[in-house]
Design a protein around this ligand. Structure first.
Ligand code: S3P
Length: 173
């Protein structure tokens, strides 16, 4: 084991559609550890969906709630931790991740579009002006430098299965 048990063995970051949830579950199974997802933690604590929080309170308040969820998960969880795609936008959340093993799941535009098209609804993509593809491109362009600045390891998931990605992380972390 390469990391002490007092911190998550890996924190997964990356855009919507990069496979954080699926790859996180596969890694947890592979390592026989627990997996946490801050989006799920937030919904459980708030008793509301992420979409409802965005509508009721706005994105800025969501980022504060998310920062608290990340802090809590880092303090009481030892395993695999998947963050929401925009968690690293908040400086205070980035500060929490300093010193952690953070993997950036990178994804190209075509794969991101097809993967989110299959998934559940996401507040930042609903009613995207100019269409979902251009909104996803904008988010990827804006956020990629931030993901890269936080990550200790970057893995390209484009055109690959989640199993293949999990295997690479296992080998390189
Ligand atoms: C968001 C990503 C979502 C969720 C919220 C905001 C984002 O998580 O936290 O809708 O800003 O990219 P996933 O990346 O798990 O879809």
């Amino acid at each position: 084991m390469k990391h002490p048990t007092t911190r998550p063995r890996v924190v997964l970051i990356g855009p919507m559609g990069s496979g954080k949830t699926t790859v996180g579950r596969l890694l947890a199974r592979r390592w026989a550890v627990a997996v946490r997802d801050t989006d799920e933690d937030i919904e459980a604590v708030e008793g509301r969906s992420i979409g409802e929080i965005f509508v009721d309170d706005g994105e800025a308040r969501f980022r504060e709630i998310e920062r608290d969820a990340v802090a809590k998960a880092l303090s009481d969880h030892d395993g695999v931790l998947s963050l929401g795609g925009g968690a690293v936008l908040a400086e205070q959340t980035r500060e929490l991740l300093a010193g952690q093993p953070v993997v950036f799941l990178q994804v190209g535009l075509a794969d991101a579009v097809s993967r989110v098209g299959l998934g559940e609804s996401r507040p930042l993509l609903n009613q995207a002006v100019g269409g979902m593809r251009s909104r996803i491109k904008q988010l990827l362009d804006e956020r990629t430098p931030i993901y890269e600045s936080v990550a200790t390891l970057t893995v390209d998931t484009s055109g690959r299965t989640p199993e293949d990605v999990a295997e690479e992380i296992d080998a390189r972390i």
